[in-house]
Design a protein around this ligand. Structure first.
Ligand code: AVJ
Ligand code: FE
Length: 436
């Protein structure tokens, strides 16, 4: 009956929040105060800020808005509200111990509220908050990587020397054929169901809707470092011909000649490229006579099971994501070879679609028909501005509650600090304006 089900909801929520928090705090093990407060890049806040913002957001929605309690720690409002101080003014965060106290105080009250809260009506909000913390957890993870990267760059060391040691499967190989001939999967023409209506689905995933796609082909794996090296070595960064006008303009203003998280060591050959802007992904795709998949093409390849006529929540089915199926949740702490998770394959035979690296798509972030903002306009709607590209699939740092085939991430096309790579698609096997 009703009682049993709200008991179950409470228990599920409590356990999810508890597990999520363990993972969040684990990211801060051994982090010094400078790292905690430093802004590593103008687009991203200091990692310590994210921790305070997690507590602030939980208190705002559950204690103030739902329980009707007065603001806890009102002195933190300006610093930790999403629309408070600009990112550049967030370096003055209190030390970790003080933020721990903030988190714990909020969480104790939240769990006590949970005992009697009308969770059946609020279930969506609780799930939003779990995913909110999960997403900030990923940002914390990549900002920490960015800081380590900068540090190692300063010392002119090779990042690979320290961290490649645990990657045992790096010698397994993806056949060494020219890049444009990498294995692709044919996705036959037809309708599929895009989006998600489950209680966990965020506003931008709703509602599930039918989409018809013509036949297309999509890469079985994300583009690897070995494949991408051909682009670098062929002078890809020096040749305007592969770049969109906006991409070439971006490149002139931001002269780079390789991905951000790049090593030319062969150890990384079968790992996906990580740390490219959308412009670089787009240029590589043109170089091999392909294009980036649309978000719909990506999602169909990842989720649609033509045999049952139903979408799967994850490429492999409904089983919750874990380290047997994909590289997620900081389990490995870096990328893995693109063929390391055969159990993660989709119904159409695509591999490594969840975890490892986010994948840029050709699509602008936009609303599905009938979109309704939740829980606030600034979560998604503010970003339906024709300036953000959709990323799919999650990375090695994505938390398990924020990874599924319908999940949509978005960033400016110029951003390279996130853990993003890509795979390519084509409409017709021989349609490529074949080059060279
Ligand atoms: C969806 C990852 C782009 O971090 O800016 C967190 C998620 N929104 N708090 C972000 C988010 C509000 C968002 N991304
Ligand atoms: Fe937030």
């Amino acid at each position: 009956g009703t009682k049993a089900s709200s008991l179950q909801i409470r228990e599920t929520i409590r356990e999810a929040m508890h597990q999520c928090r363990i993972g969040t705090l684990a990211l801060f093990e051994g982090i010094d105060d400078t790292t905690f407060r430093r802004q590593a890049h103008p687009e991203f806040s200091p990692v310590g800020w994210h921790l305070g913002h997690i507590a602030y957001t939980e208190a705002l929605w559950l204690l103030q808005r739902c329980a009707g309690l007065p603001p806890l720690f009102p002195e933190y409002h300006r610093l930790f509200a999403a629309d408070g101080l600009p990112k550049s003014e967030r370096e003055n965060v209190p030390p970790l111990t003080e933020i721990h106290h903030y988190l714990n105080t909020v969480r104790t009250q939240v769990f006590s509220y949970l005992e009697t809260a009308p969770v059946e009506q609020q279930e969506r909000l609780w799930h939003f908050l779990i995913q909110h913390e999960s997403q900030h957890g990923e940002t914390i993870a990549f900002v920490l990587q960015l800081q380590r990267w900068h540090l190692l760059e300063r010392h002119q060391e090779m990042w690979v020397q320290g961290s490649a040691v645990n990657v045992s499967s790096s010698s397994s190989s993806v056949s060494s054929v020219p890049s444009r001939d990498v294995e692709m999967r044919e996705i036959p023409a037809g309708e599929f169901m895009m989006g998600n209506d489950s209680i966990e689905a965020l506003d931008n995933e709703r509602s599930r809707h039918r989409v018809y796609l013509d036949t297309y082909w999509i890469d079985r794996y994300p583009v690897t470092c070995r494949q991408y090296r051909e682009f670098i070595e062929a002078g890809g960064y020096q040749n305007e011909r592969w770049w969109s006008p906006d991409g070439w303009k971006w490149l002139q203003e931001n002269p780079v000649a390789q991905p951000l998280y790049w090593s030319s060591a062969s150890t990384w050959d079968n790992h996906p490229v990580c740390g490219v802007s959308w412009y670089e992904a787009d240029a590589y795709a043109r170089f091999v006579g392909k294009r980036l998949p649309t978000e719909a093409e990506w999602e169909k390849a990842a989720s649609w099971d033509a045999a049952t006529g139903q979408p799967r929540t994850y490429p492999w089915g409904q089983e919750t994501p874990d380290s047997h199926r994909c590289n997620l949740d900081n389990c490995v702490g870096q990328t893995t070879p693109v063929n390391a998770y055969p159990l993660g394959q989709s119904a159409y035979g695509c591999d490594d679609m969840l975890g490892n690296v986010w994948e840029w798509t050709a699509s602008w972030f936009d609303a599905y028909e009938g979109f309704v903002s939740y829980p606030y306009r600034g979560y998604s709607q503010t970003y339906f501005d024709g300036q953000h590209r959709v990323l799919k699939g999650g990375s090695w740092a994505t938390r398990p509650r924020a990874i599924r085939s319908s999940f949509r991430n978005w960033y400016y096309p110029s951003i390279r600090q996130i853990l993003a790579g890509f795979r390519c698609a084509i409409s017709q096997p021989d349609s490529g304006d074949s080059m060279i």
